[in-house]
Design a protein around this ligand. Structure first.
Ligand code: NAD
Length: 501
C-alpha cells in the first residue's frame, strides 16, 4: 500500500502547505482507497493568499494586452500538450472514464482559446465629436482579485469556464476547488506557470466551508464565480452579495428530454443512454428524466433497456463505458433513491445495484438504473439525484410535457426529440430553461456562447464564459473628453446642464 500523497495549496507560484492542520481524504473511486490528503485552508491562509494576489494582479493588469495574450496562447498550448496527464488525474480522483475526462479537458481548453481573443473582446466603443471638440469612449477594466469555487464533477472544465477569461481580462484569481478531487487544480497551476503567468496571478486554496466563507467575506475579493449544488449556490450568492461582491452562482439541475411520437426512436434511445449514464450521471447537463409523449413510452423504454444491457461499468482506466461514483457516501445516497423509487410505485426496469463491475470490489459502484412510470411527488422525480438513475415519465401530450418541464424548479438544460421543426421551434420558445437542445441531448454551449441555466439552476444574471464572462470579469467606464481646436474661441462659463451643441 502506498502512503496517501499530500495535496497542497498553490501560492505565489509554488506549492504551499498552509497553516491549517486540517485535512480531507481523497479517494480513488475505482478502488475505494485513500490516495491523497488535501490541506484545508484557514481563513487566515485565504486572506494571506488574497493579499498577495492583489499585488500580483496590479502588475498583471498593467501589462500590455499583447503580453497578456501571449501568456494565454502559451497556456492553451501547454494545456493541449498535457491533456492526457490532466485526464489521468481526473479519472484517478473523480472516477469518470479516461475518454470522458479527455473530453472534459477539451471543453475547458476551448474556453482558453476563446480567452486568447481578449484584445478583440475587450475593445471599447468610441464616438467622435459628440459635441464640439468632445469625444466619448468606453473602457472595460479588470476587477482586481476574483474567487472561483468549483464542484467535484468537472475538476478541470468548470475552473476553466472562468479562470482563463478572468486572467485574460487582467484579474488575479483564487480558485477553491472541490475537496473531493483537488489535484487537477494543482496541475492547472503548473500549466499556468509553464505558460509564463507571473506568480501570484493564479492561486489555489483547498478547503471546505471555512475557505469558502473567507473568500466570500474578504473585501479584496471583488467577484465570485461559483458552481455546485443549489442550496450552496444560493448561500454563496446571498453571502457574497451581502458583502458587496458581484456573484454568479450556478446550481443544480434536473434535465428533461422530451420525446415526441414522431421522433427517431433509435436516436432518442441512444441519446437517453449517452446523456443519462455518461460520467455516471454526475453531470449538471445529464439527462435525468425522459418525458415520453404518448404512445412513445411503450416502444422507447425497451430500446433504452436493450442499450443499457451492453454498457460496461468499471475502472475508468480499463476502457469501460461508465465509472464509479465519486465517493462511497454519494454512491450510498444515490442507491437510497433507487430503494425509495421502488417503494414509491415507480417501475424498476433495470436495477444498477446488482451490477458486476470490471474493477476492484471496494470501488464505489452503482450500475445504470432505469425507472419507468415515474411521477412528480416521488423523490426520484423531485430531487436531483446526480447519479446513473434515469427516470421515464409518461406524458399524454406535448402541452403536458412542456408544463412538466416548466413546473420544475430547475432550468439548466433540456432537449426535444422530434422530426417536426414547428414543434421544436415552439418548444425552444416556450420552455423555461437556459440551454435547449433540438435532437441534441447535452446542449452545452460552445465557449464563445455563454453557459447557464434559469430558475434554481443559477443565481445572478450573468452566465459563464462567452461575452457574459468578459462582462462579469470587467467593469465598464465611459470617458468624455474635450480637446478643443486651439484656433477655436473658448466656450466660456455656462452654469446650465451640459448639452450637446
Ligand atoms: P457542492 O455544492 O457540494 O460543492 C461545490 C463547492 O462548494 C465545493 O467547492 C465545496 O467545497 C463547496 N461547499 C460545499 N458545502 C459548502 C458549504 N456548506 N459552505 C460553503 N461551501 C461549500 O457541489 P458538488 O457536490 O461538488 O457538485 C455537484 C453539484 O454541482 C450538483 O448539484 C450539480 O448539478 C452542480 N453543478 C452545476 C453546474 C451548472 O453549471 N449549473 C455544473 C456542474 C455541477
Amino acid at each position: 500500500m502506498t502512503e496517501p500523497t499530500r495535496i497542497d495549496h498553490w501560492r505565489d507560484g509554488a506549492r504551499w502547505a498552509g497553516t491549517g492542520g486540517r485535512y480531507g481524504d481523497v479517494h480513488d473511486p475505482a478502488t475505494g482507497r485513500v490516495t491523497g490528503r488535501v490541506a484545508f485552508a484557514t481563513a487566515a491562509d485565504v486572506d494571506a493568499v488574497v493579499a498577495e494576489a492583489q499585488e500580483a494582479g496590479r502588475t498583471w493588469a498593467a501589462m500590455s494586452l499583447s503580453r497578456r495574450t501571449s501568456v494565454l496562447f502559451a497556456f492553451r498550448e501547454a494545456l493541449h500538450r498535457r491533456r492526457e496527464e490532466l485526464a489521468a488525474v481526473i479519472t484517478a480522483e473523480h472516477g469518470k472514464v479516461l475518454d470522458d475526462a479527455l473530453g472534459e479537458v477539451q471543453r475547458g481548453l476551448e474556453v482558453a482559446e476563446f480567452a486568447c481573443g481578449a484584445p478583440h473582446l475587450l475593445k471599447g466603443g468610441f464616438s467622435d465629436g459628440v459635441s464640439t471638440g468632445v469625444d466619448v469612449y468606453s473602457l472595460r477594466q479588470p476587477l482586481g482579485v476574483v474567487g472561483v469555487i468549483s464542484p467535484f464533477n468537472f475538476p478541470v472544465m468548470v475552473p476553466l469556464w472562468f479562470v482563463p477569461v478572468a486572467i485574460a481580462c487582467g484579474n488575479a484569481v483564487v480558485l477553491k476547488p472541490s475537496e473531493k478531487d483537488p489535484s487537477a487544480a494543482l496541475l492547472l497551476a503548473e500549466v499556468w506557470a509553464e505558460a509564463g503567468l507571473p506568480a501570484g496571478v493564479f492561486n489555489v486554496v483547498h478547503g471546505d466551508k471555512e475557505a469558502v466563507d473567507a473568500l466570500l467575506e474578504n473585501p479584496t475579493v471583488r467577484a465570485v464565480s461559483f458552481v455546485g449544488s443549489t442550496p450552496i449556490a444560493r448561500y454563496v450568492y446571498e453571502t457574497g452579495t451581502r458583502h458587496g461582491k458581484r456573484v454568479q452562482a450556478l446550481g443544480g439541475a434536473k434535465n428533461h428530454m422530451v420525446v415526441l411520437p414522431d421522433a427517431d426512436l433509435e436516436s432518442a434511445a441512444d441519446a437517453a443512454v449517452s446523456a443519462g449514464f455518461g460520467s455516471a450521471g454526475e453531470r449538471c447537463m445529464a439527462v435525468s428524466v425522459v418525458v415520453a409523449v404518448d404512445p412513445v413510452g411503450d416502444a422507447l423504454v425497451p430500446l433504452i433497456e436493450k442499450r443499457m444491457a451492453a454498457l460496461r461499468t468499471g475502472d475508468g482506466r480499463r476502457g469501460c463505458d461508465m465509472g464509479p461514483l465519486v465517493t462511497g457516501a454519494h454512491r450510498d445516497k444515490v442507491a437510497s433513491y433507487v430503494e425509495a423509487g421502488a417503494g414509491e410505485g415507480a417501475e424498476l426496469v433495470v436495477d444498477g445495484r446488482t451490477v458486476a463491475p470490471d474493477g476492484e470490489a471496494d470501488g464505489f459502484w452503482l450500475g445504470p438504473t432505469l425507472f419507468d412510470r415515474v411521477r412528480p411527488g416521488m423523490s426520484l422525480y423531485d430531487e436531483e439525484i446526480f447519479g446513473p438513475v434515469l427516470s421515464v415519465v409518461r406524458a399524454p401530450s406535448y402541452d403536458e410535457a412542456l408544463a412538466l418541464v416548466n413546473a420544475n424548479p430547475y432550468g439548466n438544460g433540456t432537449a426535444i426529440f422530434t422530426h417536426d421543426g414547428g414543434a421544436a421551434r415552439r418548444f425552444q420558445r416556450e420552455v423555461e430553461v437556459g440551454m435547449v437542445g433540438v435532437n441534441v441531448p447535452i446542449p452545452v454551449p460552445m465557449a464563445y456562447y455563454s453557459f447557464g441555466g434559469w430558475k434554481a439552476s443559477l443565481f445572478g444574471d450573468t452566465h459563464a464564459h462567452g461575452m457574459d464572462g468578459i462582462h462579469f470579469f470587467t467593469r465598464g467606464k465611459v470617458v468624455t473628453s474635450r480637446w478643443p481646436d486651439p484656433r477655436a474661441t473658448r466656450p466660456g462659463i455656462d452654469l446650465g446642464f451640459p448639452r450637446h451643441d
